[in-house]
Write a protein of this length. Structure first.
Length: 367
């Protein structure tokens, strides 16, 4: 049921009760709620309306307290219909700008800075999700000889993310041979997604010229391994798990263990986040709306981040259902805008092709 089905008194009581509970973390009693409403309604009237809202499923009555707390359905009505959209405070805007102020930061460092500022401003867990490598567009590839027959493949995505992979080749190639192959791949495949490159290489394998042309034979052999990704791997940066320890909702040890299991098993988290960022704008997932049973005490506030050539970027905040939704939405929107702008700057910078450049970053290693 939407808030439009409520009369003004019920709307105001539900809104004020949720705001008080978000602020204090405590169940809200009729006396405190009447006081917060400026005594425009008597405690008895407030108590009666609270009982009605509880019967409709928007409030709950903890056994140990005479007060009420919002249910997930109550929070949903609040977020959809009652919440005030808060402007971003200047101090928060300054903190976000500062987090992205380094002109030479790698894409990985930008992700870390973004997740940290999300965590700091929300007092919850901030995260940034980079797309699966196979979805990204190639900006540059380096092929670096190691002890034969091994070769280090360094891939740079359109947004500047680095991925390293060690492959083994049958033919012994010199550094110059590998450089020639890398030059061919960069000249012909830059700007294409890795999955599209694989398709083009498979087609090239069928062409008669590739059977006799030495460079093409090497390019096909190297490219088949370099762009072969056995399983999807998204890169996620998390920050602020310790923020949850200070919240009364997570004083229960088993709930905290379940939460940290989720952080360790990042694949579960990535699956939910990918589903969330598929929609335009900010999306809010509350409590039992989460598909993972161990996350049904939590809310997600997420948005996608558009980076040309790299689809699948997203970011957001994970925290208690008792979060300051209006403020968090404003923070997530601003960080999303700034992250997209920053990554486009990383993308337009000089190519990061040298192995020495790769070592200055912390790439994802694919086995």
């Amino acid at each position: 049921m939407s808030a439009t089905a409520f009369d003004d008194r019920r709307r105001e009581i539900l809104r004020t009760l949720i705001q008080l509970h978000i602020e204090t973390g405590d169940p809200v009693g009729s006396e405190n709620l009447a006081r917060a409403l400026g005594r425009t309604l008597s405690p008895a009237t407030v108590r009666s309306i609270m009982a009605d809202l509880e019967e409709r499923g928007y409030l709950d009555h903890p056994h140990t307290s005479a007060g009420r707390v919002p249910t997930d359905d109550g929070y949903r009505v609040f977020v959809d219909s009652l919440m005030d959209r808060e402007p971003l405070p200047p101090v928060d805007a300054a903190a976000i700008a500062s987090a992205f102020s380094s002109p030479d930061a790698s894409a990985e460092r930008v992700m870390e800075n973004a997740s940290h500022v999300l965590s700091s401003l929300s007092r919850a867990v901030g995260f940034v999700l980079a797309p699966d490598v196979a979805q990204t567009s190639l900006r540059h590839i380096d092929l670096v000889p190691l002890a034969a027959p091994r070769v280090l493949v360094v891939l740079v995505s359109a947004a500047g993310l680095l991925t390293q992979k060690v492959i083994e080749i049958e033919e012994e190639l010199t550094r110059e041979d590998l450089q020639a192959c890398a030059n061919y791949l960069n000249a012909h495949f830059s700007g294409m997604t890795l999955s599209a490159i694989r398709e083009k290489l498979l087609a090239l394998m069928q062409e008669e010229e590739a059977l006799y042309h030495t460079l093409l034979k090497r390019v096909v052999a190297l490219g088949e391994q370099a762009f072969s990704l056995s399983e999807p791997k998204s890169n996620i940066s998390l920050d602020g798990a310790s923020n949850m320890l200070s919240q009364p909702e997570f004083e229960d040890l088993e709930r905290m263990r379940a939460l940290f299991r989720t952080f360790e098993e990042k694949g579960r988290l990535v699956a939910i986040l990918n589903a969330c960022i598929g929609a335009e704008g900010v999306r809010i997932l509350i409590g039992n709306e989460n598909p993972d049973p161990e996350l049904r005490d939590l809310s997600f506030v997420t948005t996608r981040c558009r980076v040309e050539g790299d689809e699948g970027w997203g970011l957001g905040v994970l925290g208690s259902t008792r979060m300051e939704y209006g403020r968090v939405v404003a923070v997530v929107e601003e960080v999303g805008r700034t992250l997209g702008h920053t990554l486009r700057g990383v993308r337009s910078g000089p190519a990061l092709g040298r192995c020495a450049s790769a070592r200055r970053h912390r790439p994802t290693i694919l086995g």
